[in-house]
Design a protein around this ligand. Structure first.
Ligand code: SAH
Length: 254
């Protein structure tokens, strides 16, 4: 597993829909971690800084065109408020399809921060000057556009929370997950032993732990080669795995 220093304890969540956060803080592993106070989240609703009685946080773009933009002064005040709650050294991350793509290496870097403030966009996004002035990092969760930054931010927070010691029990170790060693995970099976005529691979029933470990390692490698060969450029492979890959590559060309 990629070793990373985990300092992360606190999140900020700047959003006009702070209630959406319950999808993260009330369910499953992340919900339990929230109840156990393994992390905390401070929410800031930009509407509190609106200057009209309608709570307007957006405005029309200069130069015309469709859609509305979130206003820089209101977002800037929201970040200031979040920093009052979390400290001035909190990392400010804006969610954007134009941001750096999130991968496990990025997650490993982010967990080294004690506090991270996520800013969720809505409408057509942010006034550029807010990004220049207040934001340390823009992150994208993939090359598609969704309607708001809440779910992208929660996705990243979930992945970060899994790295906090004590969140995953031993029985759910993250060490075997996809990407942590640069490869995809191997296939897994549970009861029944035969499902609609499909049997569990014999080796998994053998009780031979060394053989099982070898089989899993080979499957993870094969799967990565088949589905995500791009990952192999970066994976930290053993000599044994390199030999295996070379052999498969050779077979494919015979
Ligand atoms: N006009 C913008 C998209 C706005 S979508 C553009 O083309 O770049 C509204 C908000 O949803 C964004 O401000 C962002 O916070 C969020 N969002 C949409 N797609 C996202 C993605 N792939 N990754 C992260 N955030 C995203």
């Amino acid at each position: 597993m990629t070793e990373s220093i985990v300092a992360l304890k606190q999140f900020g969540f700047i959003s006009i829909f702070p209630e959406m956060l319950s999808g993260l803080t009330e369910w499953g592993v992340t919900g339990r971690a929230a109840r156990d106070q393994l992390f905390t989240v401070e929410t800031v609703d930009p509407r509190q800084f609106a200057t009209d009685k309608h709570g307007t946080v957006d405005d029309r773009p200069y130069g015309g065109g469709p859609g509305m933009l979130m206003k820089a002064p209101i977002l800037s005040q929201s970040v200031r408020k979040a920093k009052q709650l979390l400290g001035d050294d909190a990392l400010v991350v804006a969610m954007s399809p134009q941001g750096a793509p999130v991968d496990e290496a990025m997650i490993a870097r982010l967990v080294a921060h004690k506090a991270i403030i996520f800013v969720a966009g809505r409408y057509e996004g942010f006034d550029e000057r807010f990004l220049e002035q207040d934001v340390d990092l823009e992150l994208s969760v993939g090359d598609m556009v969704v309607s708001g930054g809440e779910m992208p931010a929660m996705l990243v927070m979930d992945s970060l929370i899994r790295r906090i010691p004590g969140v995953l029990g031993d029985e759910m170790s993250a060490e075997q997950d996809s990407f942590v060693d640069g490869l995809l995970d191997c296939p897994h099976y549970t009861r029944p032993e035969i499902f609609e005529g499909r049997a569990v691979p014999e080796v998994l029933l053998s009780g031979d732990h060394a053989r099982i470990a070898d089989w899993r390692a080979a499957q993870a490698l094969k799967r990565t080669l088949d589905r995500r060969p791009d990952l192999l450029d970066w994976a930290d492979l053993t000599d044994e795995q390199r030999v295996m890959l070379a052999r498969w590559d050779l077979n494919a060309h015979l």
